[in-house]
Design a protein around this ligand. Structure first.
Ligand SMILES: Cc1cc2nc3c(=O)[nH]c(=O)nc-3n(C[C@H](O)[C@H](O)[C@H](O)COP(=O)(O)OP(=O)(O)OC[C@H]3O[C@@H](n4cnc5c(N)ncnc54)[C@H](O)[C@@H]3O)c2cc1C
Length: 620
């Protein structure tokens, strides 16, 4: 009954699902062990995917052949492209999801993969022989064998939940925590730490008065995440905006002396950019109101998520404070908010493949690495799943550079700098963010996904066609010459200077006052029209033309630095041999064991002169 597998994935959250799917799609036999098969791909917190920088990650996961984008498209109830008024590097897709459909679509996708077996149980030990993982042991005392193991335990390791003065063992509401595994990993030599996160109360939508709130509609023309032919929304559900006020703050303050955060009962650090409501009114005492997004949890449910009101104050305080919010006067609460504190493993103990440095073929992905967010977890799961498969079949490492994707930025940040608080992605973390846009993730990554056998032929062909269409349209725009008499009227109406002689459409598109909304009109000036290409091709072409100089500069910078990214350092390199290294530099290099000179140069404490010494040693 208990076969041995190429890859075992522990945990079926966002990281675990992507890991299992990737490894199995590439040909590994996979066993997915999870504590509760009814909670596969649960959205522990808000029912939403994407958002600023996170939407770009979902597009990258999709471009490589992962499933989060497809599942999001199949389960969304509202879509918005955030930051449309800013430059294209900032455009970020975000959807409101149907929580149940999301989880169900994931389960269906995994069940449809014949290479995946399932087992409901709790893993409390990894079996290690001669520095290499060879399997896992479960609560039922069963040993499963595997060539690679991916741990994606989320918030469950020694999880403790807090509501006011009440404390429960658990990884998520109504779910047990996982015990034993942290202690065993620590006994193997791993370092662990403690973090915390929190979630708001859920309320009954029938008890709310939406006439007192602002309606937030989805986009008129909803987009989607996947580059494949998933459906777009034809109807959408609205979200709503309301605000806290002084009365709400006063109610919340009555619970401060019972707050597990303010009384020091929670030790772990929480996500700074996703603070609890009590934290917000405490830290920003001069602000008289905070925004609350009232978000439906799905198509066919009255349950509503109160975004912006994450709290671990006593439930009666939560209720009293909620009922002072405009529109919430008659609120009925379904479940209180709570905080959860859990173990994580500082990610500086990992290689760029997410394999641990200490135990061969053992991988960590998701919240266990100190990150927060479904998207951050999903992309790590994908990368760990790919590399777990490649290790199992003895193929080379698969990594993504910082200049190639947010996924590269995230993993490099984690393994190079570590994190003291739950790490979430921001566009500001990426030095090449104009290259790493949501519109071009397929052009950046699909070929890589295809080469390793993850992205399908169909996906690859679609990307090649898009690349050709963009190139053809760029050429048509370049050769289209406009006569002053045909365009000057329009230019005047835009407040743009008129032409004295013929000029190419190409140069006209570069003018800052010509924006993307004008493009459809301008493309009609091409003698044969834009050639029946889709909106994605038009958008991509125009972005590449408008920002050409900027993008070229950024590409050149990336290429310059890439030279260092391509200079590998042997993981067993003896830094003690290089006496000229600074003391701090040598200690950090010995501890973090960077994979490349590029990574070494980003370690805090490794000085430019340390890098020069390494380069001289390597004959550069
Ligand atoms: C209360 C709460 C609030 C949150 N708030 C936010 C927020 O505001 N913003 C945000 O971006 N993110 C938030 N998150 C985080 C978000 O849910 C996670 O980042 C994301 O779900 C992590 O994905 P994961 O796959 O790493 O782990 P999870 O989604 O937690 O999945 C872990 C899976 O592993 C299983 N498992 C664990 N241990 C074992 C074991 N030993 N054996 C077998 N199975 C095991 C669990 O059953 C579960 O299925 C919150 C999470 C919680 C719980």
């Amino acid at each position: 009954m208990y076969s041995s597998y190429d890859v075992i994935v522990v945990g079926a959250g966002h990281a675990g699902c992507e890991a299992a799917s990737a490894a199995a799609t590439m040909g590994s036999s996979v066993l997915l062990i999870t504590m509760n098969m009814q909670t596969i791909a649960q959205m522990s917190c808000n029912p939403a995917m994407g958002g600023v920088a996170k939407g770009q990650i979902v597009r990258e996961v999709d471009a490589l052949g992962g499933l989060s984008g497809i599942i999001s498209d199949k389960s969304m109830i509202q879509f918005r492209m955030l930051n449309r008024s800013k430059g294209p590097a900032m455009w970020s897709p975000r959807c409101q999801s149907d929580r149940n459909v999301f989880a169900w679509e994931w389960r269906k996708a995994l069940e449809n993969n014949r290479n995946i077996d399932f087992w409901q149980d709790t893993v409390n030990e990894v079996i290690v022989k001669d520095g290499r993982v060879v399997g896992v042991k479960t609560n039922l005392g069963i040993e499963f064998k595997a060539k690679s193991v991916v741990l994606t335990n989320g918030t469950f390791l020694n999880g403790r939940m807090f509501i006011g003065e009440k404390v429960f063992g658990g990884g998520r509401t109504a779910e047990r925590s996982a015990t034993g595994l942290t202690e065993q990993l620590v006994s193997l030599g791993f370092e662990s730490g403690r973090m915390k996160t929190g979630t708001p109360p859920r309320v009954d939508g029938r008890s709310l008065d939406y006439s007192k709130m602002e309606e937030q509609l989805g986009d008129e023309k909803p987009g989607k995440f996947s580059y494949t032919n998933t459906p777009t929304l034809t109807t959408q559900r609205s979200c709503w905006i309301t605000y806290t006020n002084q009365a709400v703050h006063d109610e919340l303050k009555t619970g401060f002396e019972k707050s597990p955060m303010f009384t020091g009962r929670i030790k772990g650090l929480g996500p700074r950019y996703c603070p609890s409501v009590e934290d917000k009114i405490n830290r920003f005492a001069d602000k008289d109101r905070h925004q609350i997004f009232v978000e439906p949890e799905g198509w066919d449910t009255v349950e509503v998520y109160v975004n912006g009101f994450s709290t671990s104050l006593p439930e009666d305080v939560q209720y009293n404070a909620l009922s002072k919010i405009p529109g919430f006067e008659n609120v009925r609460m379904f479940r209180p908010g709570y905080a959860v504190e859990y173990d994580f493993f500082p990610p500086t103990q990992l290689k760029p493949t997410l394999e641990t440095q200490l135990v061969k073929n053992l991988f960590f992905a998701g919240q266990i690495n100190g990150t927060t967010g479904y998207e951050e977890a999903a992309c790590q799961g994908l990368m760990a799943g790919i590399n777990a498969h490649r290790n199992a079949v003895e193929e080379s490492e698969f990594t993504i550079k910082r200049s190639e994707g947010y996924i590269g930025v995230l993993i490099d940040d984690l393994i190079t700098k570590g994190t003291e608080e739950p790490y979430r992605m921001f566009t500001s973390r990426a030095e090449y963010r104009t290259l790493l846009r949501q519109d071009n993730a397929d052009l950046r990554l699909t070929e890589k996904g295809y080469e390793i056998g993850l992205a399908s032929q169909e996906r690859y062909d679609a990307m090649v066609q898009k690349r050709k269409d963009v190139s053809d349209l760029t050429e048509s725009i370049r050769v289209t010459k406009l006569k002053p008499e045909d365009i000057n009227g329009w230019l005047e109406s835009k407040g743009s200077s008129t032409l004295r002689e013929k000029s190419s459409l190409y140069t006209l598109l570069k003018r800052p006052e010509v924006d993307l909304n004008d493009v459809n009109h301008l493309l009609q000036l091409i003698p044969d029209g834009p050639g029946g290409v889709g909106e994605e091709v038009i958008e991509q072409t125009v972005i590449e033309i408008k920002y050409e100089d900027y993008l070229n500069r950024e590409k050149q910078n990336a290429e310059k630095l890439d030279k260092w990214e391509n200079l590998s350092i042997n993981s067993a390199f003896d830094y003690d041999r290089l006496k000229a290294l600074s003391y701090e530099g040598r200690e950090k290099l010995k501890r973090l064991r960077p994979a490349t000179i590029g990574q070494a140069s980003r370690i805090s404490g490794v000085s430019p002169s340390d890098v020069s010494i390494l380069l001289v040693y390597m004959g550069r």
